[in-house]
Design a protein around this ligand. Structure first.
Ligand code: ADE
Length: 251
C-alpha cells in the first residue's frame, strides 16, 4: 500500500525529501513527484501547490496515477482559534471551505452535492498524527527556537478552514472565527489546500489525515511571520511528525 506525503511548500518538504531512499523522480500534470522509501515504507512525496485547485489536481494525480491509498498532509497554517499560537500544532479532525457560499440555495460553506459543510479526516490516521504531534511538541520545547518565544507548543485538534486567500488581517480572521462560532463550528486555523484534498479523498473513498504547524496568527503581521517560520522551523516539525507517524504503524 502506497502512502502519499503532501506538503504545500518546498521548505516544508526538504527534510522529508532528504530522508528518502530508493528515490525515483516522476513528472506528471506539471508537477514533480518523488517515489521512494521512508523507514521501510513505500511513499510518494508531493507538493500540493498553493490553493484548492492546485491541491485537487495533485491529489487526483496521486490517486489515479500513483495508486495512493492513504494521504497525509503536513504544512503550516494561520492560527485563528483562541489560544492557537505560533509554534502550536493543529491536527485536523475535519475541514471546511471558508470561501464556499451558495446561499440561499445551500447552507453556508456547504459544497453542493455533499451532505455537510465539513469533510472528515480518517479517525485512526488522525489519532496517529496526534500522538506524533504530541511527541514533536515535547521535543520542540527543547529546541531553543527564538520564534517559539520560550513557550512550550501545544497540540490542538479540530476544524481547519481552507480557502483561496492568504489571511493577513486580524479583523478578518476574528470575523471568520465569529461566523463559524455562530454556526456551532470552532475553527482553529486557516490555510489554502486541506479542504480541497479532503473533498477529493472523500470522492475516491481514500483515507486522509492532516497536520498543520502554526506559522502566524492570520493577523496584520502574518505576511512577516509566515515566511520567517517557514524558513526557520517548518521542515523540522514536518520531519519529526512524519517520522513518528510512520514508526507508529509498526506498534
Ligand atoms: N497558511 C499559513 N498562514 C496562512 C494565512 N495567514 N492564511 C492562509 N493560509 C496560511
Amino acid at each position: 500500500m502506497t502512502l502519499a506525503i503532501l506538503s504545500a511548500l518546498p521548505e516544508e518538504q526538504h527534510g522529508l525529501a532528504h530522508a528518502l531512499t530508493h528515490r525515483q523522480e516522476v513528472r506528471r500534470a506539471g508537477r514533480h513527484f518523488v517515489k521512494g522509501r521512508l523507514q521501510g515504507l513505500d511513499v510518494v512525496l508531493a507538493l500540493s501547490g498553493i490553493g484548492k485547485v492546485a491541491a485537487a489536481t495533485t491529489t487526483t494525480t496521486l490517486i489515479e496515477h500513483f495508486g495512493v491509498e492513504t494521504l497525509v498532509f503536513t504544512g503550516v497554517a494561520g492560527g485563528i482559534g483562541t489560544g492557537v499560537q505560533v509554534g502550536d500544532v493543529v491536527v485536523a479532525q475535519h475541514f471546511v471551505q471558508h470561501d464556499m457560499d451558495v446561499r440561499p440555495l445551500f447552507p453556508r460553506w456547504q459544497v453542493p452535492g455533499y451532505p455537510h459543510p465539513t469533510f472528515h479526516c480518517h479517525p485512526t490516521l488522525t489519532e496517529r498524527l496526534n500522538q506524533a504531534a504530541l511527541d514533536c511538541t515535547r521535543t520542540a520545547a527543547q529546541w531553543n527556537e527564538p520564534l517559539l518565544q520560550g513557550r512550550s507548543p501545544v497540540v490542538h485538534a479540530g476544524l481547519i478552514a481552507s480557502g483561496d486567500q492568504f489571511i493577513v488581517s486580524a479583523s478578518l480572521s476574528q470575523a471568520m472565527h465569529g461566523d463559524f462560532q455562530a454556526a456551532g463550528l470552532h475553527a482553529l486555523a486557516v490555510e489554502m489546500e486541506g479542504a480541497a484534498i479532503a473533498q477529493v479523498c472523500a470522492d475516491y473513498g481514500i483515507a486522509f489525515a492532516a497536520v498543520r504547524t502554526i506559522s502566524d496568527r492570520a493577523d496584520d503581521a502574518a505576511h512577516v511571520d509566515f515566511p520567517a517560520f517557514v524558513s526557520a522551523v517548518a521542515s523540522r516539525y514536518a520531519l519529526h511528525i512524519v517520522a513518528q507517524f510512520l514508526s507508529s504503524e509498526r506498534v
